[in-house]
Design a protein around this ligand. Structure first.
Ligand code: FAD
Length: 501
């Protein structure tokens, strides 16, 4: 009888303990929260790049305003087993990374401070900002921070994935300019993480994703900033233009003399209309680029559109937002390739490009399919600067130049997801095979480190497995220290640190 009573009490306690996070927050806290059909809920759900993320329905959306409120949410989550998601700009298109069906969504939207300290030359930035919010707040101050190339991208996820910037060849990955992370751990304590007080955790956060906690603010190094020059060149993708652009991006990556220059070279195909174009994003950290820097692109004279001009950083970042087209399902994927020599450039770059054209052709009948392939230079200089600034999880070395390929497939309906999923895998695994074949044939350098860039990874890609073993070991060690029960690993989506291979 006594034992039966004890069991009943335990069962009741378990039921009480299993009360949902949304109910506890509603009944016991003053944290801002919204339920389905409320305007704020619907509006927040529309703030995803991919509609497939917005179609998932969280049980409620929590919008903490302070670090202490984030800590209170984490304490509450510890009382039950619900899956949850953490969202900043919602630009990561992988479902369940910053989106959730049935559990609570923690939106960092209200953690939106941008505070410049011109004396210390730092800026404290909340993860609820987008990069155009940050550049708007700094506009006219004479300072900038290292951030996204398209204004609409969120600060929170971008930074934890390392962050590729137009200024990366001048200042390194965006994460290399973080001075302090304010972090809520799995036990709901708040830590200020700097290189000196928590060196391993500090390193792990520079490319370690959401495996260690919720970042509630980033203290960033500020850099002097005047007007910049940049915009887009758009070409029809004739075979001559494609050959010239592929040669230009290869050449630019190898001869990257001027760290103030940045480019993204993107091929885009709208399969239904067979409209193939190139969109080139050019950036120069100064009012005009010196002669020679972008000549190989500007000399391809038959562009349809040229929007490059002298402008503020804020105007450039907001101007690039035209590239953020909402209303489609998106998938993203990546591969990193060693830069071919000039002699082998046409062969290797052409093969990569043709493979992408051929695979995307197989998806031609998927309604609304748009395929894009971006060539993003990763010159030796970036590796040197990243190391000089204290390093990061990617830890690239300067023995070779590399190009990060970013792949996107967008389409109209989630019903086509499994077909596109296969197309995506076929595309990036084909790139890897092409690289390996050329390595075996001597056309590309062998035994070189080719990590994946997390911010561009498709959900099945093995970001952590492609890091150097010592960085993977560091991630595991830090995880064991700060999250021994695997709270972030088991309860929320994202790229997770594998326990073993
Ligand atoms: C149009 C476009 C342009 C892009 N341009 C660039 C670019 O120039 N450079 C580049 O590096 N990448 C770029 N990306 C990739 C982008 O950085 C990633 O998709 C990134 O994850 C988006 O950041 P977000 O804050 O919007 O992410 P979200 O989708 O909100 O979150 C992504 C991940 O980060 C986690 N997360 C978010 N905030 C926090 C936090 N405060 N604490 C803990 N975890 C958190 C989430 O849980 C989720 O797993 C671009 C993407 C798009 C769609």
């Amino acid at each position: 009888m006594r034992r039966g009573l004890a069991v009943t009490v335990a069962a009741l306690a378990a039921v009480a303990a299993a009360q949902s996070t949304c109910d506890i927050v509603e009944s016991q806290t003053s944290i801002e929260w919204y339920k389905r059909f409320q305007i704020e809920y619907t509006s927040e759900q529309s703030e995803y790049w991919s509609t497939s993320c917005g179609d998932l329905k969280p049980s409620c959306i929590l919008m903490p305003k302070t670090t202490q409120e984030v800590a209170a949410v984490v304490s509450t989550l510890a009382t039950n087993n619900e899956s949850f998601a953490i969202k900043s700009g919602g630009h990561n298109p992988n479902n369940y990374f910053a989106s959730i069906d049935g559990g609570p969504l923690i939106s960092t939207k209200n953690l939106n401070q941008v505070v410049l300290d011109a004396v210390a030359e730092t800026v404290r930035v909340g993860p609820g900002n987008r990069w155009d919010d940050v550049s708007a707040a700094l506009d006219g101050s004479g300072y900038t921070v290292i951030g996204g190339r398209i204004g609409n991208v969120g600060v929170g996820g971008y930074m934890l994935g390392g962050g590729m910037s137009f200024m990366s060849t001048e200042y390194g990955w965006a994460a290399n300019s973080v001075l302090e992370f304010e972090l809520v751990l799995a036990n709901a304590s708040v830590v200020s993480v700097t290189e000196s007080n928590h060196p391993d955790l500090f390193m792990a956060l520079k490319g370690g994703g959401n495996n260690f906690g919720i970042v509630t603010s980033y203290l960033l190094q500020a850099y002097p900033q005047g007007d910049v020059w940049g915009g887009n060149l758009i070409f029809d993708a004739t075979s001559e233009v494609s050959t010239a652009i592929l040669a230009a991006v290869r050449d630019f990556t190898e001869n990257y003399d001027d760290g103030k220059a940045g480019i993204i070279v993107t091929a885009e195909r709208t399969l239904a209309t067979l409209l193939d174009i190139w969109v080139i994003f050019l950036y120069y950290n100064g009012p005009e680029p010196p002669a020679g820097v972008f000549d190989k692109f500007l000399d391809i004279s038959d562009f349809k559109i040229n929007t490059c001009k002298t402008q503020s950083m804020n105007s450039l970042l907001s101007g690039n937002n035209w590239a953020v087209l909402k209303g489609s399902v998106y998938t993203i994927g990546t591969e990193t390739i060693p830069l071919p020599s000039e002699a082998n450039g046409a062969e290797v770059m052409g093969k990569i490009f043709d493979h992408w054209v051929n695979v995307s052709n197989t998806a031609q009948l998927i309604p609304g399919l748009v395929a894009s392939l971006a060539f993003q230079p990763l010159p030796k200089k970036l590796a040197q600067i990243a190391k000089a600034k204290g390093g990061d999880m990617l830890d690239i070395n300067d023995d070779i130049d590399r190009i990060v390929l970013e792949l996107d497939y967008s389409f109209l309906s989630s019903l086509s997801y499994s077909q596109v999923d296969k197309t995506m895998r076929d595309t990036y695994s084909g790139f890897k095979t092409i690289v390996e074949d050329y390595q075996d044939g001597g056309l590309l350098p062998k035994d070189v480190y080719l990590p994946l860039f997390q911010n561009d990874c498709f959900y099945p890609q093995d970001y952590f497995g492609r890091l150097k073993p010592e960085k993977l070991a560091l991630a595991r060690r830090v995880q064991a220290e700060v999250d021994p029960n695997g709270f972030w690993k088991t309860r929320t989506g994202g790229f997770k640190i594998p326990s073993a291979y």
